[in-house]
Design a binder for this molecule. Structure first.
Ligand SMILES: [Mn+2]
Length: 199
């Protein structure tokens, strides 16, 4: 497992990841960047694993990096067009602006909002499809954020029970390690990202 962490736009984040069989390339990728009004988070799983998966996710990342302006839906739609020659990818995109989380997810990069008690955990809605190949008619979703909320995304190299290992208020760098250790499947590239939803 490799970990990295940082602070972007005042938001603290961390990532834990591991390629299948510790291969040199992973098809999973994640990115946190400043935007004009907040921060954008992208978590990408190029289909399958190995070099073709890594190429698909690199293309998707390049598209998002080239233009991360506007609503998450527009960013995802541009990415869909940009990677149509690749194997395709499943992607969850989120933006945090002021006290609002907006997101759109296509495929199975799971998103989870871990709120401080007494509020509940919320799983973020995902749409079926493969970015680059098949997109349904998408809508983005929004939720209000509160102090101490933690946003977590994980690819399917982790089992869905990663959420059980992440208590409300856990710092991102601890949350990703706990989630990874509990739920790493060993059957695919794996990546988990956590970000504190208030600066
Ligand atoms: Mn995968």
């Amino acid at each position: 497992m490799k970990t990295r962490s940082g602070t972007t736009g005042g938001f603290e984040w961390a990532i834990a990841e591991r390629a299948l069989h510790d291969a040199p390339e992973s098809g999973d990728a994640a990115w946190v960047v400043n935007t004009a009004r907040g921060v954008l988070i992208a978590v990408i799983d190029g289909l399958g694993h190995g070099p073709a998966a890594a190429a698909a996710s690199a293309l998707a990342m390049a598209s998002i990096e080239a233009d991360s302006s506007g609503p998450v839906l527009d960013i995802l739609t541009r990415c869909h067009r940009a990677i149509h020659r690749s194997r395709g990818a499943v992607i969850s995109l989120a933006s945090i602006e002021e006290d609002t989380l907006s997101w759109v997810g296509v495929g199975n990069v799971e998103g989870l909002l871990v709120r401080r008690p007494p509020a509940l955990r919320e799983r973020l809605l995902l749409w079926g499809g493969v970015v680059g190949h098949v997109l349904p008619t998408l809508r983005s979703s929004s939720l209000p954020l509160a102090e101490g909320d933690l946003l977590v995304f994980a690819t399917d190299g982790l089992r869905s029970d990663f959420s059980d290992a992440i208590a409300p208020g856990t710092p991102p760098s601890v949350a990703v390690v706990n989630g990874f250790i509990k739920s790493f499947s060993g059957r695919d590239d794996a990546l988990i990202l956590a970000i504190s939803a208030s600066p």
